[in-house]
Each structure stands twice: as C-alpha cells, then as structure tokens.
Design a protein around this ligand. Structure first.
Ligand SMILES: N=C(N)NC/C=C/[C@H]1O[C@@H](n2cnc3c(N)ncnc32)[C@H](O)[C@@H]1O
Length: 373
C-alpha cells in the first residue's frame, strides 16, 4: 500500500483522538487525546484502519473527529467576532451590574497607583473598562484592543468622552497586535461559561507573554472554578418540557441556582494563577472535591460557577472579587448545572468524593468537555 493511499485508493484522512484509547490486542492501535491519526480505511462503521507514527491498527471511530479544514476554522473566528460586532452581547455584559461594577471598583481602588502607568484592556468591546481607567485614574496611556467591528464605535465613544488623549483603540486581534511598548497592567474581562468557554483566556496569556512588563499586573490576577452538589429545585420539574432522559443528558448553562437548592457547601476545584499559568496547561485541567451533604434531599447534579480575583497594585492593598455563585448577586453567567444520569437520594452527613476534568476540544478550540467522576 502506498504510504498515503487508503485501501479504496483515496487520500488518507486525518483525524484527531477525542479521548485516550488503549488497544486490546495487537491488531488494535492505542492513542492519546489530541493525537493526529491517518485513517486509511473507514469501510466499517465501528473500527477503522489507522496509522499513528508508523504503527498501524484498528481504532474505534467514535473516538475520532475530523480535523478542522484550517486553524482559523477551528476557532470559528468569523462567527465569534461577527457576534461581538453587534451590540446585543455588549448590552448584556454592560447590563451585568456586578460584573461592570467590580471592574469599576478595581480601577477606583487603584486610581492612585495607576498614575503614569500604561494599561492594556484586551477585548475592550465598547471600551467601558478603558473609559473607567481614563476617567477615574491618570494612566500614562490605555491601549484598548478589540478585534471586532465594535472597535469603530469604541473609537467614537472614546472621543465623545474626551479620552482620546489617553485611550488609543486598536482594531486588531491581540495575537497580531503591535503596540508602542510594553504595559504595566493587562486588564481583561475574558471569563466565559464555566470560566473557560470561548477560551479567550488563551489570547490573554499570549498577550501577557508578549506585552506585559516583568512583574506587571494581571487583572483578574487569578480565577477559580467552584462546584457544589445541587438539586433541581422542585420549581423546575413540573415545567420539564423535554423527555427526562434528554433533559438530564446535557449541562444546563445559565441555570439560576437558589441557595435553598444547594445540598453542600461550595468547594474551589480549579484555580488559575494568571501570572504563571501557561497556554499548554489549558488543554486539561483537573480538580478533586469532597462534599459533605448538609441536608437530606435528591441530588440531581453538580453546579459550577467561577470567581475572579483582583490583586491591588499597592503592597497589601485590598483585593477585590467577582463571584458568580449562588450566594452572590446574580450575573449574566448565572451558574451551570451538570445533571447526573439518574438522581440520587442523599442523607445529611453523606460524603460525595470525586474529581472534575476540563478537557479542551482538540478540534474546536473554543470548546471544552467537563467530566465529573
Ligand atoms: N466571554 C466574556 N466574558 N467576554 C468575551 C469578551 C469578548 C470581547 O473581546 C473581544 N475579543 C475576544 N478575543 C479577542 C482577541 N483575541 N483579540 C481582540 N479582541 C478579542 C471580542 O470581540 C469581544 O468584544
């Protein structure tokens, strides 16, 4: 067989492993999540004949996904920046009072220390954080970076607020950005559902590595994912439209969990230090948890949310936190509920021990899958 020819004479197709596979027998081929395999024969539905680094063998087709046509497509950037070019999403974010107010407080608390500093606002959208900097403090310069067409409006807003002397808008992807110089502070509001969805955080880390001065400040300085055992409040069941099985099979984004629906105390399961974390660390993030049930009830699933922490620019100055959990003021992210395959009755004092894994999708780079074990 010619190296790159498959048995039916077509070009071998490239696929990516979606999960680790361990061969059972020498006619099968083991691989790890993210491995790129050449598939030579897909005549069977279940087992395909594939090659990895010169080794051949059968692999389960359900573990493989075709690689995206090109890198750009993998990030779905046209759709992504297209969406952010319209006001709808920005209106939702600006209307989120806890979110926007936290960033305003951070700038206000650090207004003295910000004097003469150079700030980058990455993914500035309508530029609200940049305007906070220019109006509530006296930085040397603010570089407002926004890749979508929203940047045109942002330039106008900066002008109308009389901030063009301080704020410069760059309509550019952070990855391709050329700045006049390095910055003292990199501020960004990058957090997505379950903290990482959209993986805008990768852009923030690339910008950090290229443009943040040694010892510069990252805002948020750290972020963490928190979880607890939640119940599906009795209020939901009666309104259940979908068949229960289907309903239970997918995570529920933007689920508003009420404190009375919580069966255990929250536990931080994953923490990102925004100064030290590397892009490669984002591929797989794992956390352990052990919950003690505080009140008997039906355990329907795990609820997840995040918090972002903002260190003060001043030595032992107060830090600030944006918490999107059920005990804080509701935000546009709300919380995410991961349903169990089947609800479990639990008693006060029971302990629920396990681990969580956030696996970045090897193909669609803005997506992830979350596994509770
Ligand atoms: N999901 C939350 N919280 N915020 C999303 C916020 C996203 C905003 O940041 C911009 N953005 C995202 N990634 C980049 C990038 N690499 N370079 C420049 N601008 C970018 C988007 O166009 C949105 O306006």
């Amino acid at each position: 067989m010619i190296e790159n020819e498959s048995s039916d004479g077509h070009e071998a197709e490239e696929y990516v492993g979606l999960a680790d596979f361990v061969a059972e027998g020498d006619e099968q081929l083991s691989f790890s999540v993210g491995d790129k395999l050449k598939v030579h024969d897909r005549s069977s539905d279940v087992w395909w004949w594939a090659e990895l680094q010169g080794h051949f063998g059968y692999v389960p087709s359900s573990y493989l996904q075709q690689t995206a046509e090109d890198e750009e497509d993998a990030w779905q950037d046209d759709e992504y920046f297209g969406n952010y070019g319209t006001l709808r999403l920005h209106l939702e974010m600006l209307s989120d009072k806890p979110r926007t107010e936290t960033y305003r407080q951070v700038i206000l608390n650090n207004s003295v220390a910000l004097r003469g500093k150079v700030v980058m606002d990455l993914g500035c959208g309508t530029g609200v954080i940049s305007l906070f900097c220019a109006r509530l403090a006296h930085p040397e310069a603010v570089y407002a970076v926004e890749a979508s067409s929203m940047a045109e409006h942002t330039k106008e807003l900066v002008r109308q607020n009389g901030c063009e002397g301080v704020v410069t808008v760059f309509q550019e992807r952070a990855e391709n950005l050329i700045l006049p110089g390095k910055v003292d502070v990199l501020v960004s509001e990058w957090m997505g559902n379950c903290l990482l969805f959209e993986y805008m955080v990768e852009s923030v880390l690339l910008a950090r590595d290229r443009w943040l001065k040694e010892g510069g400040m990252m805002w948020p300085s750290s972020a963490c994912l928190t979880a607890l055992n939640g119940v599906l409040g009795e209020t939901i069941w009666p309104r259940l439209q979908l068949p229960t099985k289907e309903f239970l099979s997918k995570p529920k984004f933007s689920h508003h969990l009420l404190p009375e629906d919580c069966l255990s105390t929250p536990a931080d399961v994953i923490t990102l230090d925004m100064v030290t974390i590397q892009v490669s660390d984002l591929e797989t993030l794992k956390g352990e948890f052990s919950f003690t049930v505080e009140k008997s009830g039906i355990f329907h699933g795990f609820t997840v949310w995040f918090s972002a922490h903002f260190q003060s620019l001043e030595e032992d100055g107060p830090s600030l936190e944006l918490n999107t959990g059920p005990y804080s003021e509701i935000t546009h992210w709300k919380q995410t509920l991961f349903m169990l395959d089947a609800p479990v009755t639990v008693e006060e004092g029971d302990s629920i021990v396990g681990s969580i894994r956030l696996q970045r999708n090897p193909i669609w780079r803005r997506h992830l899958s979350i596994t509770f074990s």
